[in-house]
Write a protein that binds this ligand. Sequence first.
Ligand code: TXA
Ligand code: MG
Length: 319
Amino acid sequence: MTSAKKTVLINDVTQAAELLRGGKLVAFPTETVYGLGGAIWYPETITDIFRAKGRPADNPLIVHVADAEALDELSPAVPPIARDLVQAFWPGPLTIVVPKREAVSSLISAGLDSVAVRSPKSELARSILKECQIPIAAPSANRSGKPSATTWQAVLEDLDGWIDAVMKGPPCEIGLESTVVDCTSKYPRLLRAGSVTPEQLAVVCPEIEITGPLSAAANSPGLRHRHYQPVAKVIPIQEVLSVSPCPTRAMLTLESHPAADLFGLYRRCHTPEDYAAVLFEFFRQADRRGITEIYCQLIPASGIGRAIRDRLNRAADSQ
Ligand code: TXA
Ligand code: MG
């Protein structure tokens, strides 16, 4: 399928909101990654989102809202634990999965009777959502299978010609997608790790089930698909010294490598948060330079480390 739209770069919140209200596709920054937004009440708009991303129809979308009041418009029965999580973490990088109202198209939920909802913290995203007053479905603004876009340039790289506009905002602060928690069964369950950590979730909800990625796959269809993969091969490593540098290799690390200059691309991060913020753009930079192997140092699975390990392992999977 070929692209047909003329994609424009915009700066103005009112223009973004007007385009969205008119059923157009507008990518905009959130604190996690850029989202590819479309108003949820127009079925053609939702179909357009799937087409623009090349996304399998069985992978449901997250609906973005300005505040918690909008939840009842989407769900007939918001579980008390979902309200507690919302109270603690919204606006912010937490998505909750709750029972879906019939009015919400099953195209969005990929046929499930639940819907994923999030209220982002980014001021730009919040202003757009407030001004357009319609809930906005927004998957990450990348072609399906590719690393998520954390800059407007990365959005254009993947979606130029497929969407109507890109909001020219700053690079995303967190750099990894939101934490997803399923609140539809007796005990809430972590479906996707993110910057809201299991430790933080457990404070609000001690009975939360933190399962491994495989058992979560059945409940979060998105986890079954190929994800986060640059063209270059991603190779997670423990020891930076185990890698000999050369111009076709890239390294992303928390410890310095003594021959850093000899890599085609090299970045040392000082904190796990830094590492998360640059990870997807690092993958894309490596591809732009024709790098063939990207070595990424694994970090402990605590805090945001769990989400980083999850993305790295899936980027490295079956390449
Ligand atoms: O940070 C984020 O969440 C970003 C920004 C743009 O908000 N969005 C994002 O969307 O990452 P996407 O489409 O790339 O990932 C959505 C995830 C997928 O893993 C999908 O399977 C899961 O949410 N999901 C959506 N609806 C669901 C549902 N009803 N039940 C279970 N999982 C669901
Ligand atoms: Mg995505």
